[in-house]
Design a protein around this ligand. Structure first.
Ligand SMILES: *[C@@H]1O[C@H](CO)[C@@H](O)[C@H](O)[C@H]1NC(C)=O
Ligand SMILES: *[C@@H]1O[C@H](CO)[C@@H](O)[C@H](O)[C@H]1NC(C)=O
Ligand SMILES: *[C@@H]1O[C@H](CO)[C@@H](O)[C@H](O)[C@H]1NC(C)=O
Ligand SMILES: *[C@@H]1O[C@H](CO)[C@@H](O)[C@H](O)[C@H]1NC(C)=O
Ligand SMILES: *[C@@H]1O[C@H](CO)[C@@H](O)[C@H](O)[C@H]1NC(C)=O
Ligand SMILES: *[C@@H]1O[C@H](CO)[C@@H](O)[C@H](O)[C@H]1NC(C)=O
Length: 327
């Protein structure tokens, strides 16, 4: 039965290409929704993993698809036995006295099913905003990587009413934009030099607080048109996160093979996203300026920022990124 392990590994290495889609599955929001049960654990796992990666590469871009990683590891745990299995599930943030292994796997199977069926990734790389950016307004601008480095980026523009917050708790401003499908995107701009304190504070509670505090207002929004990608061997990080057996000789994947103990040699993960102007509704580049109206707020993502993409329906963490240098 060795092929099962290979499948899992292949999946791990390509998992960033898959995302969640809630549409058309015939599930009523009010009915019990197995994949939503995973949201709290998966979001906690997402931020823990993200913070480990940020800490291990100071000054570097980070880009992952957390829900793909947790789903892949949960599938892998099916082939694991005994303590290794427990360790994997606990490392993913599950408390096995609160949720049985069977329940966890049932929930992940449902999620996996949605992943396989979905074609969201293509849509996402095509950058379908609910409100598009103005194609003709994109122009080259400076992006301030750090004190000493400035790079040129194509800067997109739209003037629109969006969900905006100047956070009074954390040193950052943010906007929440809708993508086609059920994806929602947070662009978080920390105050210069305050990236670390914002990342440290990222959590389920912070996202919930932001969701409640965002208000609709007119914003002149400037966001770089970029391709973001990340490729990682997560083996070492998994050890740091308490899933040490995954790569050690003690790993028991007897569920997969009866032969000599196989070893998971690498946990590969890749994720990619292209951000561009295209959207469902045409941009409205012409601003009607009423003399009495206050100048709209200008928000320029021209220094390191955070991007987070969630599936609005399942609250799965599709992508988490830290963009330090977009070129
Ligand atoms: C797991 O949940 C049980 C019951 O809610 C609780 O008593 C226990 O402390 C939890 N274990 C961990 C490791 O959080
Ligand atoms: C996925 O989307 C692409 C581009 O929109 C389309 O060509 C392709 O047929 C779709 N695949 C499936 C399985 O729906
Ligand atoms: C600024 O960024 C450049 C390019 O990424 C890097 O080579 C340099 O070491 C950074 N400088 C500081 C002070 O972090
Ligand atoms: C955001 O709030 C801080 C104080 O909390 C203030 O100094 C800053 O000017 C505000 N920024 C904007 C764009 O309103
Ligand atoms: C978004 O989710 C809702 C359920 O909340 C569903 O009815 C709708 O079809 C989904 N839309 C898309 C485009 O996936
Ligand atoms: C795993 O086994 C190999 C050879 O059997 C050995 O060289 C290596 O040191 C072992 N690693 C650990 C972490 O025990």
């Amino acid at each position: 039965m060795l092929p099962t392990l290979c499948t899992c590994l292949l999946w791990l290495s390509t998992s960033g290409l898959w995302t969640v889609q809630a549409k058309g599955s015939g599930t009523d929001v009010s009915t019990r929704n197995p994949h939503r049960d995973l949201a709290p654990n998966n979001v906690d796992f997402a931020f823990t993993l993200y913070k480990h990666l940020v800490a291990s590469g100071p000054g570097k871009n980070v880009f992952i698809s957390p829900v793909s990683i947790s789903t892949a590891l949960a599938m892998l745990s099916l082939g694991a036995r005994g303590y290794t299995r427990e360790q994997l599930l606990q490392g993913l943030g599950f408390n096995l006295t609160e949720m049985s292994e069977a329940e966890i796997h049932r929930a992940f199977r449902h999620l996996h099913h949605l992943l396989r069926e979905s074609n969201t990734t293509l849509e996402m790389t095509m950058g379908m905003w609910a409100h598009s950016f103005d194609l003709e307004s994109t122009r080259e601008e400076n992006f301030y990587v750090n004190e000493t480095t400035t790079v040129k980026v194509p800067m997109m523009f739209q003037s629109n009413t969006v969900k905006y917050l100047n956070d009074s708790v954390l040193p950052c401003q943010l906007v929440q934009l809708d993508y086609t499908g059920n994806e929602t995107v947070f662009f978080v701009l920390p105050v210069k030099g305050k990236m670390d304190s914002v990342i440290t504070a990222l959590s389920r509670d912070t996202i919930q607080r932001w969701s409640k505090s965002l208000t609709i207002r007119q914003v002149d929004l400037y966001i770089p048109k970029i391709s973001i990608s990340g490729a990682y061997d997560l083996g070492g990080i998994m050890g740091d996160m308490g899933i040490a057996d995954l790569l050690s000789n003690r790993t028991h994947f007897s569920g997969i093979t009866q032969e000599a103990l196989p070893k998971v040699s690498k946990v590969l993960h890749k994720a990619a996203l292209q951000v561009d102007e295209k959207g469902l509704e045409a941009a409205a580049p012409t601003r009607v300026s009423l003399s009495a109206a206050p100048e709209p707020l200008a928000l320029r993502f021209n220094r390191p920022f955070i991007i987070m993409i969630f599936d609005d329906f399942t609250w799965s963490s599709l992508f988490l990124g830290k963009v330090v240098n977009p070129t």
